[in-house]
Structures are given as C-alpha cells and as structure tokens.
Ligand binder design. Structure first.
Ligand code: MF3
Ligand code: CO
Length: 275
C-alpha cells in the first residue's frame, strides 16, 4: 500500500523486556530443533519439538492461525525458500538444508527468528550458501542502530551477500517491524541503496531476515498457498533475528547472548539493557 508511511511502533523498556522473554523462547526452540534435525526426522517432528518448548515456557505460537497458517514452525527444505508447511511425510535426508522459522508470543509481545540447518554432510556450496546468508544477517544487524536509515540495513545485507560470492538475493520478501504483532511496519528489503526510508530510533524492533539462493532471485508460491520455492529449483538459505534498537546500542532479542559475540566482532557494543 502506498501513500502515507505507516507509523513504526515504539516499545517501552518494559515491553522490550517482554520481547526478550519471547526471543529467548524462540532461541531455545530453534536450538532444540537444530539438535533434533537428523536423517529420518520429519518436519512435523520438528514442529512437535517447538510445541513442547512453547508449552513448557507457557508461551503462545506466533504462526499458528496467522492468516490460517496450520503449524507453529515453517520448515523449508532445499529449494523451498520460506513458509514450508511441516508434514509427517517429509523426512529429512543426509545432505538436506532445512530452514526453520519460528515465532513466539509472551504477554502479547512477539519474537521471530530462523536458522538454516545442514543435515549431516551437505555439499560445500550449500554450506557456503548458508554461511553467507547468516553472515549477511549479522552484517545487517550491525547497522540496525539509532540514527541509521532503514535502507542502510538493506544495503549492508546486499553488500555482504555480494561480497561472499555469486548468489541470488530473493526478490520481494524481506524483514519487518515486530512488536505487538509479528508483521508490522516497516518492510525491510534485503537489497537496495543506503540512506533512504525512516530513521531508526530507540524503541523500534526489527526482524532482519535475508533469503539467499544458489541460483536466481525469482520465487513462486506452491498451490498450498504458502510454500515459497525457487523458480529455477536452486537451493535456498534463510536466517533471521529480531533486534531491538536502543539509545545506547542494539540488543538481539532472539540470540541467546543478545548478539554480543557477533556484534563485538564487528566493533559494536550491546545496549546496557542486554547485560
Ligand atoms: N516468521 C515468518 C517471517 O519471518 C513469517 C511466517 S508466516 C506464517 O516473517 F504464516 F507462518 F506465520
Ligand atoms: Co520474520
């Protein structure tokens, strides 16, 4: 929708704290699914692992029922890019790359993150694809700070991916604002010129989520109305974190360590709120 830009929700420190709780549930669930993912395990089994973490934490799934979505995770294997629906018939095999996306709600506040997981030994180009995608996410997170402009993130993600090799940067899809809903303004493309869009200010929270392929950037949606696949059949990776922008620095709410290690490697200190 064009016209007046949508307002970006600003969170209070207490609301960010609740988003951190949701983010830690997401981190825990993704770690449990990463550990469970192995040959013979179905994507529905992974969904079950996430449900277990949710009920233990007393948290609510973000995805279940979202526009009718039927599961608590998205599991997107190989040429599936995002929004793959878990299924008991879809068993992981040695050499697969599965992207697992998961969101949780605590007291009305959302966390959203995704990882790509190699099943056993994957082809070297597939391992490099996932590493390039993850790196570009961190390079994007590193510029998501107060005072930057929105497309500085897009540009940093694109520059990072292009610096890693010849990859397709999925067109049209991207990150988003997050808070009292999973998907909020603004939309964040994973490519573009820097210096445009709204200025980032304290209290914003953003989900940054590059989607990268070994082939072209074109995708299509399957007849299930959800699954996004590459048009050329090339394999794809997807990584995502939710970050809060605070006056004194970022806080990666869905990372166990708040993003401390990866951001320190890029010369950035976390907000004192993350201590
Ligand atoms: N979490 C995804 C994203 O990163 C969206 C999931 S769509 C749903 O934006 F329908 F599965 F919820
Ligand atoms: Co998201």
């Amino acid at each position: 929708m064009r016209g007046l830009p949508e307002r970006i929700q600003l969170k209070t420190p207490d609301q960010i704290t609740l988003m951190r709780e949701a983010g830690l549930v997401v981190a825990r669930a993704l770690a449990a699914m990463r550990d469970a993912a192995a040959p013979g395990v179905s994507t529905a089994d992974l969904d079950g692992v996430a449900r277990g973490v949710l009920s233990e934490a007393g948290a609510t799934p973000s995805f279940l029922g979202y526009h009718g979505y039927p599961a608590v995770i998205c599991a997107s294997v190989n040429d599936r890019v995002v929004h793959g629906i878990p299924s008991t018939g879809e068993k992981l095999r040695e050499g697969d790359l599965v992207s697992i996306d998961f969101g949780a709600i605590v007291e009305g506040w959302h966390g959203d993150a995704a990882i790509s997981v190699a099943i056993g030994e994957v082809a070297p180009d597939v391992a490099a694809l996932s590493a390039a995608c993850e790196k570009s996410m961190w390079d994007g997170l590193a510029v998501a700070r107060s005072g930057a402009r929105l497309t500085d993130i897009s540009h940093a993600v694109e520059t990072s991916i292009r610096g890693s090799g010849t990859y397709g940067i999925v067109a049209g899809y991207g990150g988003h604002g997050i808070g009292s809903e999973m998907h909020m303004a603004p939309h964040i493309l994973n490519y573009g010129r820097p210096g445009k869009g709204p200025r980032l200010t304290p209290g914003m929270a953003l989900a940054i989520e590059p989607m990268v392929t070994l082939g072209s950037r074109a995708t299509e949606e399957l007849d299930d109305g959800w699954t996004v696949v590459t048009t050329d059949g090339s394999w794809a990776a997807h990584w995502e974190h939710t970050v809060a922008i605070l006056e004194d620095g970022p806080w990666v709410l869905t990372a166990e360590d708040g993003g401390r290690a990866e951001l320190a490697a890029r010369g950035i200190e976390l907000s004192a709120a993350a201590a």
